[in-house]
Design a protein around this ligand. Structure first.
Ligand code: URA
Length: 252
């Protein structure tokens, strides 16, 4: 027997806190009976649970990695009719949600799942899951400028945590550089703001890895299911709040 809000969150309905609000708001029924008491114990294998009349029991857990193209919204729908990530997930019938978000103009690795607990675990700021980006920036930053970002830089929402940075490519002709940056937080437009703070605005941004999971040769606009090992690995890394620095695997 498990607490109702935990079962709802695990089924990908919403975060546990939101599920509690749904229970209190009278949206949840167990075996046809309205339940508004938090902490009610249910048996997910036997009880029929509905949210606003829709059954949630037995939903298959889906975990996918998607190579998001630029110009796509990290959302399940968009009221302005722009392309959204779920437009690319042909063949997946379950409702999946992005784990964290990438800006409209950012491309690269995005994980989507219907497992709300897993998503919360990976995006919780306390869990420090490392995320690596390749940022093409305007101008060629000096080592001292990169050192500022490595140590932490003051943005309008406070100091950033230490980050790992290295040069990937320097284009002397066009005066651009590609820098690999690994951050352990997930603030809004964080990488772009960090480079803006050292006066090297980002021209192109691509996330190449999340934890130890990397895009490798996944084509832009394509997705694949994560393996059991990859799912377990991400869970472990988030649980242990691993801060170790890592070298992403070879990427396209
Ligand atoms: N940092 C950014 O600036 N943008 C993203 O999309 C992700 C990280």
């Amino acid at each position: 027997m498990e607490r109702l809000q935990k079962i709802l969150a695990q089924a990908g309905v919403a975060s546990r806190r939101k599920c509690e609000e749904m229970i209190l708001a009278g949206k949840v029924e167990v075996n046809g009976e309205l339940v508004t008491t938090l902490g009610t114990k249910v048996d997910p294998d036997k009880d029929t649970i509905t949210v606003s009349g829709r059954p949630i029991k037995g939903e298959k857990k889906i975990y996918v990695m998607f190579n998001k193209p630029k110009g796509v919204i990290t959302s399940a729908s968009d009221n302005k009719g722009r392309k959204v990530v779920t437009d690319y997930l042909k063949g997946i019938d379950e409702r999946v949600y992005p784990v964290g978000r990438l800006d409209y103009d950012t491309e690269g690795l995005l994980i989507l799942t219907n497992d709300g607990e897993f998503a919360n675990l990976l995006t919780h700021p306390k869990h420090h899951v490392p995320k690596t980006y390749h940022a093409t920036v305007k101008g060629i930053p000096h080592g001292s400028a990169l050192d500022k970002l490595k140590g932490g830089i003051n943005l309008e929402d406070g100091m950033t945590a230490p980050a790992e940075l290295e040069y990937k490519d320097i284009d002397e002709v066009n005066k651009e550089a590609v820098i690999s940056i690994t951050i352990h937080e997930g603030r809004n437009r964080q990488v772009r703001r960090m480079f803006e703070a050292i006066s090297h605005p980002v021209l192109r941004l691509k996330r190449i890895s999340f934890g130890d999971i990397s895009l490798q040769n996944l084509k832009r606009g394509s997705y694949r299911h994560l393996t059991k090992d990859e799912i377990n690995h991400l869970q472990q890394i988030a649980m242990s709040g691993l801060l170790k620095s890592k070298t992403p695997r070879k990427d396209t």
